[in-house]
Ligand binder design. Structure first.
Ligand code: GRF
Length: 192
């Protein structure tokens, strides 16, 4: 079975979409471990689903965070690492060791509205301020830059008259919950 490790910092709704589809058999993989870089609901979701969950406090571990993550995902022998709302920056040593085995989901149509400081609601504020007519989400491989790795798949949504950043964020999130499992399925097929 294809084994997945998921890194989270927040609510973990994208993690939940993977857990649900892997448990229903729609996605041929097993979430082996979930790691949070702080106390967060994402790690709670893992525990509720009977998945090993760890909190590695980034404020305590600082530069050792990636080494600590590496130790766990190596022990769990995962085939793919997913950054699903993970806010810490992954260091070069980790990226090089797990080359083409780390993917990230970002709530915009990259390369637009990505890069340092572009996360959470700020992305959607920037999209609205720029007067964009469409937005969406992107799943991409993680390289040593921020939001700069090879794009795996994207989904678009319309930006509507009167949208607030929060309303747009919700519309994009609905598509994220489809895009992430679809992207994982694509990778599993390619690796078979
Ligand atoms: C999502 O919008 C994702 O694209 C971004 O962080 C958010 C995480 O949401 N990287 P959740 O924790 O999965 O609900």
């Amino acid at each position: 079975m294809f084994k997945i490790g998921v890194l989270v910092s927040g609510g973990g709704s994208n993690l939940q979409s993977i857990i649900d589809k892997s448990q229903s058999g729609e996605l041929q993989c097993k979430v082996e471990v979930v790691i949070g870089d702080r106390e967060c609901y994402g790690v709670e979701r893992a525990k509720k689903a009977g998945i090993d969950g760890y909190i590695l406090d980034r404020k305590v571990l600082k530069k050792e965070l990636c080494r600590a993550i590496d130790k766990i995902v190596t022990e769990k022998d995962v085939d793919l690492i997913i950054l699903a709302g993970f806010l810490s920056i992954i260091d070069e040593e980790f990226v090089n060791k797990w080359k083409e085995k780390i993917i990230n989901i970002h709530p915009s149509l990259l390369p637009k509205f990505g890069g340092p400081g572009m996360y959470g609601i700020k992305v959607h504020e920037a999209v609205l301020n720029a007067g964009e007519k469409e937005s969406g989400c992107t799943v991409h491989y993680v390289d040593t830059g921020v939001d700069s790795g090879e794009i795996i798949a994207q989904k678009k949504v319309a930006v509507l008259e009167g949208d607030t950043p929060e309303v747009l964020q919700k519309r994009v999130l609905v598509e994220e919950h489809k895009l992430l499992p679809e992207s994982i399925a694509k990778i599993i097929l390619e690796r078979k």
